[in-house]
Write a protein that binds this ligand. Sequence first.
Ligand code: BG6
Length: 476
Amino acid sequence: MSKSGLPEGFLWGGATAANQCEGGYSEGGRGLANVDVIPRGEDRFPVMLGKKKMFELDEEHYFPALEAIDMYHRYKEDIALFGEMGFKTYRLSIAWSRIFPKGDESEPNEEGLQFYENIFKECKKHGIEPLVTITHFDCPMHLITEYGGWKNRKLIGFYENLCRVLFTRYKDLVKYWLTFNEINMIMHLPFLGAGLYFEDGENEEAVKYLAAHHELVASAAATKIAHEINPDFKIGCMLAAGNTYAKTCNPEDIWKSMEKDRENYFFIDVQARGEYPSYALKELERKNIDIGITEEDKQLLKEHTVDFISFSYYSSRLTSAEPEEEQTEGNVFATLRNPYLQASEWGWQIDPLGLRITMNAIYDRYQKPLFIVENGLGAVDIPDENGNIEDDYRIDYLKAHLKAMKDAVNIDGVDLWGYTSWGCIDLVSASTGEMKKRYGFIYVDKDNEGNGTLKRTKKKSFEWYKEVIATNGANL
Ligand code: BG6
């Protein structure tokens, strides 16, 4: 144990996702994906919700993922900066359509495979262990237009092919893998989360649960394949976490908050315990939703649970049994305004103790190691006349969250493998498509309209985080 109480070898680092930083959308043989056709502006939410059909690029919209921050060409410079901060790990995701441009081919695209091999080797050069999200919201467009995205059971097989190729090729380069980013996002932004689009009159909830089942089976299949290829691989699930508080001590509110948490736990219950929880089966039965669970599915789920549980944490949530209560804006997950909390410029409520509460709740429930793979403050950064960015607000946010994280480990005994802050380099916002909503230690010169030199500049938080890592979290 080090001075901070965190274990030696604690995996400090940062996280990104292919669609929010790579760009190079048509290079290296890459195929079009759902994430490419999600525009910035007023059509963004209808498209992400699967309400507005957008299956190709057009002239009318601006699509921020196409170039993003051009990491496709600049990854060496970016990884060198991560190395300079002392990162022990770097969480990145694979663009599925770089490996299988259409998704259903039998042979992978060598150029795509080589691209990630180069990235992993670059990480190793800087002493950085890659942490790879197999899919961070990506789905090749052909799988959507031809098969309907994850509502089609065939996607399980295509995903298995992807995993088999990745695990074999990177057997000695990558150890930590996450199967699906924020798997519960499917219920909130189904086109983004699972390439789902709804026809008029379709039972959306039934489609979402069906697609969720396919992802859960695919995740267990991936875990099985991974351990067969390399028994040392560590496979994790990934939850958009944040516990739900009850607005009052009225038992009706308490019950409501429990139900809200179960909507999210349901996924991890399956991935970590290996079976559908009874409350979910009852709910599906009541709603007359058949997700087609087979005996083989049950066995696969039971025998191939995850090795660890990773999650993103930005905020706690608040709920009430009163339906007319007003929700805060800007959150993908509905929540009431908590009068005890401040909020970010985008209305995301800031609750460091909520991180400790969430960590304890997850650890109590599953008793598996945890990994915080996203946390951070999306804020407007304005360079001063010398081009410096004094982002003390970001340092304050992270400091408070890291203190809560250390308390969960040191005082409560939670087993935590690592912490990767979200958007360690500024990138495109998933919810809004903006560049203005920045999370990074590294500033990227680009604006919401796509103008800018893409130059990278270290912010004040860069040196601060470097010291945090160097002292293994003792100096916050
Ligand atoms: C998580 C996602 O939901 O939150 C990321 O996994 C996303 O992709 C992050 O970027 C922060 O959200 P936003 O909308 O501020 O980019």
